[in-house]
Design a binder for this molecule. Structure first.
Ligand SMILES: [Zn+2]
Ligand SMILES: [Zn+2]
Length: 254
């Protein structure tokens, strides 16, 4: 059985818990160590239970609290060499460099890193599996590649970026350069891109679809649910949202 939960998701911080059997990993920690501890407690997790922190890329909404949380609780940190290089020489208790193209067997868990187009040095996202079921995490991606489609195809659950509505972004108060960055090939997935991605993969096994990394300014949860539900031909209330403050409570894949 796979379980997952979000401590929070959005441009002010991201962190996701994934558990398979007795193995628990935290993917990213964009919250301060103290705030992360508070949010972990909300999900009944003590930091000492975490077996590793996986880092997707060096943007502060993903790494903000990683080094401090790792030092405070002696947690190993896993990341690609490019992310390590771009992030800088933070003092970490234990470091493991991962190959973004190579699957990792970690106790009860299989972890498949997937390289993504995003404006970071060597960003990757992950597919977790327990042998029977799989969970795809896909945020901070400018465009969906054929490789990503292949990796996420047939997943049993997905936490999928649905960052912005294209029209809201076009009308937003953001400077032109930021709008171009967000909407560009190395930026973030729009609602329409997320819907198109769902349409392009085999989604028949999906037990959970959770939208993440929603923009506060250029999106709204109802619009996300409506757009993604149309792609899956399901009720909009079935679509979950990992919110910036509230996160997402534990979900199970079984
Ligand atoms: Zn991000
Ligand atoms: Zn990013």
């Amino acid at each position: 059985m796979i379980r997952f939960a979000s401590l929070g998701s959005g441009s002010r911080g991201n962190a996701t818990l994934v558990s398979v059997g007795n193995t628990l990993v935290l993917v990213d920690c964009g919250f301060s160590a103290r705030e992360a501890e508070r949010r972990l407690a909300r999900l009944d997790v003590s930091p000492a239970q975490i077996d590793a922190i996986l880092v997707t890329h060096e943007h502060s909404d993903h790494v903000g609290g990683v080094a401090r949380l790792a030092r405070r609780h002696h947690l190993p940190v896993w990341l690609t060499p490019g992310t390590r290089m771009a992030w800088g020489e933070q003092e970490l208790p234990e470091l493991r460099l991962i190959n973004a193209h190579e699957g990792i067997a970690f106790r009860d868990m299989h972890i498949q890193p997937c390289p993504v187009p995003h404006d970071a040095r060597e960003p990757c996202q992950f597919v977790f599996s327990d042998g029977a079921f799989s969970l795809g995490l896909l945020t901070d991606v400018g465009v969906v590649t054929p490789h990503l489609r292949e990796q996420m195809d047939g997943c049993d659950a997905l936490l999928l970026e649905s960052n912005h509505d294209v029209d809201m972004l076009a009308r937003s108060p953001y400077p032109v350069s930021v709008r171009r960055r967000v909407g560009g090939q190395l930026g973030h997935l729009s609602n329409a891109q997320a819907a198109k991605f769902l349409d392009s993969i085999d989604a028949a096994r999906l037990q959970h679809l959770v939208a993440g990394h929603l923009s506060d300014t250029n999106n709204c949860p109802d619009l996300v649910r409506e757009t993604l539900a149309a792609a899956l031909d399901c009720e909009s209330h079935w679509i979950g949202v990992a919110a910036q403050d509230a996160g997402l409570d534990w979900r199970e894949i079984r």
